[in-house]
Design a protein around this ligand. Sequence first.
Ligand code: KG4
Ligand code: ZN
Length: 467
Amino acid sequence: MIRELKISELSILDNGILQKDTVLQEFKVNPFSHYIVYIDNNHKVIGYLYYSDIYNRIEINQFEIDFIHRNCGIGKKMLKFLTDSVDKSITLEVNVNNKSAIHLYKKFGFVKVAVRKGYYNGVDGILMERSEKMNDIYILGIESSCDETSVSIVKNGTEEISTIISSQIDIHKNYGGVVPEIASREHVKNITFVIEECLESANMKMEDMDAIAVTYGPGLIGSLLIGLEASKTLAYLYQKPLIPVHHIAGHIYANSLEKEMEFPLIALVVSGGHTELIKMGNHFQFEKLGGTLDDAVGECYDKVARVIGLEYPGGPKIDKLASMGKVTYSLPVPLKDNSYNFSFSGLKSAVINLNHKLKQRGEEIRKEDLAASFQNAAVNSLVSKTKKALEDYHVNRLIVAGGVAANKVLREAISQMCEEINVELTIPELKYCTDNGTMIAAAGYYAYRLGRRADLYLNSKSSDTLK
Ligand code: KG4
Ligand code: ZN
């Protein structure tokens, strides 16, 4: 596995080709130093690339691979790791007689810019440079955390090449919600076909992919495992880097398909399992400002829908029904306080109680009006807390993420609020709001460029903090 060496993990250098003392010394005297290391299955460092990141350029100072592991593609993989993570020009010196190294550098776009006479004990050195232009990077994204098997190819984190989504809604709606065991079995049936179809419709092969990004959690453990095992198998078979993606990071990065993300920003995450306000200072820097104290908003939509007799998933059905109704029933506005937290269980209970009371009294329930009244209370809460966070933190960019971002009234209310306080708003296109592989590939791209990698021991997690 290839990764950037952290000063906290120098013990992995024991018995490898790179000396711990040398690295410590370099870190001390050169504040610009970075080491990329290649670690074999015995946890031994068998290759390293030492470079300096100096303001607007990268200088490769040393690049060495253990003698017995040369000529088997390790150098190429390490150079790819570096060139795919940085968008600055890169310079290096190479011995004029080292033909194979020069050949490799040329393949990566390095050109000869000068000769350094007698640089290597009397032998000439060649100074080579590669411009900052990035290669196009194609990420295969795999999502299977709940009831959608989805695979997508995204170019450079922003351009969708192809996406296939196999939805299980028609099966689970017979049970009024997702049945985990059935979901896992459906993923098993579908995953290889979805991968094949995605590659076919893009007219690409696995060999064309730069990395495989996969949702490792949170979600249904059995469902997650299917996507994960498929990803690991592909990563092993095709020797591609494996990028672990947190499902909510995926939802957030669905926005990069609309517009490249700029920071700082605030993200309102509204899905079936999450309702959170998050501040991002940069890519993958998440600071949670607040979240739901009980039910997630999507979960609440689904439960309310069930109470008024709508099919699973209830969110879109309430959305549609509410557009035909009026806000006539009085319901509590959830958690009207000074925090950035939310609470939806009180609202849910109020709808259940109201429905029950009306039924007992034999009064007609105007389902459209109840849906509109519920939605009005839920959306008001989301919009007011989001507004407060934007104002308190003086942030003028907002993104909305997750399945409930598809909600029509929420989209309208949030865009009106953003207009009023002059905040730039990005919301994903409807098809990228609910679960899909596109968002995982997009998030995977930025994670890839940050050097995030997983090994084949990567496991699925039913819950995990956003990272
Ligand atoms: O993000 P998502 O696809 O899955 C999770 O990660 O949870 O979100 C699914 C949730 C469900 O609760 C669904 O009812 C809700 O998003 N949802 C909606 C709408 N479309 C999906 N809620 C309200 N209005 C919608 N149009
Ligand atoms: Zn989701």
